[in-house]
Design a protein around this ligand. Structure first.
Ligand code: AMP
Length: 189
């Protein structure tokens, strides 16, 4: 089982690289952000709740997102592994993921930290907002999301270092170069 946490600030390329990993290694993909955007589009109650947080650049409460993650994980049958994209985002979520996987006699294989400088993140996200129209990719919300990243999410770097799972990835360069570094790491697992 290949269980990969793809980690990084908003705009670091997690979604793009996840798609390539899925294609190459045939594992399942969970993007909590994609799940929430699908709920918003479908007009569900969860979608309405999620929208309030997303539009403010804030994280959803841990219990809520952990439940969503658990039910998505259970929907995968005969999986070769999973790439977790946008989850965990807090220490409580990382602990919940560890427990969830342990209950299935599994563990995180590696945490890939896509490292991208802050100015580059801003430029990428503003461009993405113009191209995709994603509502939270506007300058004001991006700034809030980066503050949330630094205060609530980046402590996971040390958490995964302690677990012996941390792997730094240079997140700047061509998509191919970045993927080459990622696959070199995965191929050694
Ligand atoms: P993303 O597409 O991963 O950038 O997620 C977009 C937004 O969805 C985030 O800014 C949060 O509001 C919410 N979200 C996604 N994943 C999580 C998570 N693991 N914990 C809490 N909120 C999340």
């Amino acid at each position: 089982m290949l269980n990969i946490v793809i980690f990084g600030a908003p705009g670091s390329g997690k979604g793009t690289q996840s798609a390539r990993i899925v294609e190459m290694y045939g594992i399942n993909h969970i993007s909590t952000g994609d799940v929430l955007r699908a709920e918003i589009k479908a007009g569900t109650e969860l979608g309405r709740t999620a929208k309030g947080y997303i539009d403010q650049g804030q994280l959803l409460p841990d219990e809520l997102i952990i439940d969503i993650l658990a039910s998505t994980l259970d929907s995968f049958k005969e999986s070769k592994g999973v790439i977790f994209d946008g989850f965990p985002r807090t220490i409580a979520q990382a602990e919940a993921l560890k427990k969830m996987l342990a209950e299935r006699s599994q563990e995180v294989s590696v945490m890939l930290d896509l490292d991208v400088p802050e100015e580059e993140l801003m430029t990428r996200l503003i461009k993405r907002g113009q191209e995709s129209g994603r509502a939270d990719d506007n300058e004001e919300t991006i700034k809030k999301r980066l503050v949330v990243y630094h205060s609530q999410t980046s402590p996971l770097i040390d958490w995964y270092k302690n677990e012996g799972k941390y792997q730094h990835i240079q997140g700047v360069g061509t998509m191919e170069d970045i993927f080459a570094e990622i696959s070199e790491v995965i191929n050694k697992i």
